[in-house]
Design a binder for this molecule. Sequence first.
Ligand SMILES: Nc1nc2c(ncn2[C@@H]2O[C@H](COP(=O)(O)OP(=O)(O)O)[C@@H](O)[C@H]2O)c(=O)[nH]1
Ligand SMILES: [Mg+2]
Length: 196
Amino acid sequence: MIDFNQVSFLDSVYAMRKLPEADYPEIAFAGRSNVGKSSLINRLVRRKNLVKTSSKPGKTQSLNYFSVADTLYLVDLPGYGFARVSRSVQQSWERLITSYLTERESLACVVVIIDLRHELKAMDRELIDWLTQQGRELLPVYTKADKLSKNKQVKHAAALDAALNIRSSQRVLFSAKTGQGCKELRNRLAFYVENW
Ligand SMILES: Nc1nc2c(ncn2[C@@H]2O[C@H](COP(=O)(O)OP(=O)(O)O)[C@@H](O)[C@H]2O)c(=O)[nH]1
Ligand SMILES: [Mg+2]
């Protein structure tokens, strides 16, 4: 088992050549701005504020590296789908993320975080289709489950499963607020790391 408590911030990376040595497997976290990515990572590592959360979307501009138990890296990717930055800034982020997701050898899995309350967004689908084409391991996580009744959770999750054409065993239902699905997520991630 991975001791997710043993976590520390490593670096904010703005360019491919600044990436750390690829000596540990890493798990990257992707999702639309404000979907709850930082909150998910904080819950995963049992820290309140390791990763800054914000009600203002679009803050994270770099790949933020966290080291866990000298075993793996967690990588918080910049949120996508946020229009308030200039076109050129947007494009330079996209270049970095695209290079990272295509080239990084030590990337064991991409966790794609999706809001359980809403229909699948075009950008989520594009990312997932593209990662699949790349042959990347990916794990969809449906978050903010606490905002829906149990009934609605089941209904919305089934709709997202259908949109992504996956079985319920291929994703995790999650809440950063209540911790729902967190143990399952830890187990899944440990599996990717062990099989890397
Ligand atoms: N109720 C609830 N709120 C959440 C959850 N995850 C994130 N949030 C809230 O959603 C907002 C954006 O979260 P944040 O983690 O900063 O999103 P990020 O931009 O994807 O990193 C914040 O106000 C969080 O408190 C969740 O599972 N449940
Ligand atoms: Mg964030």
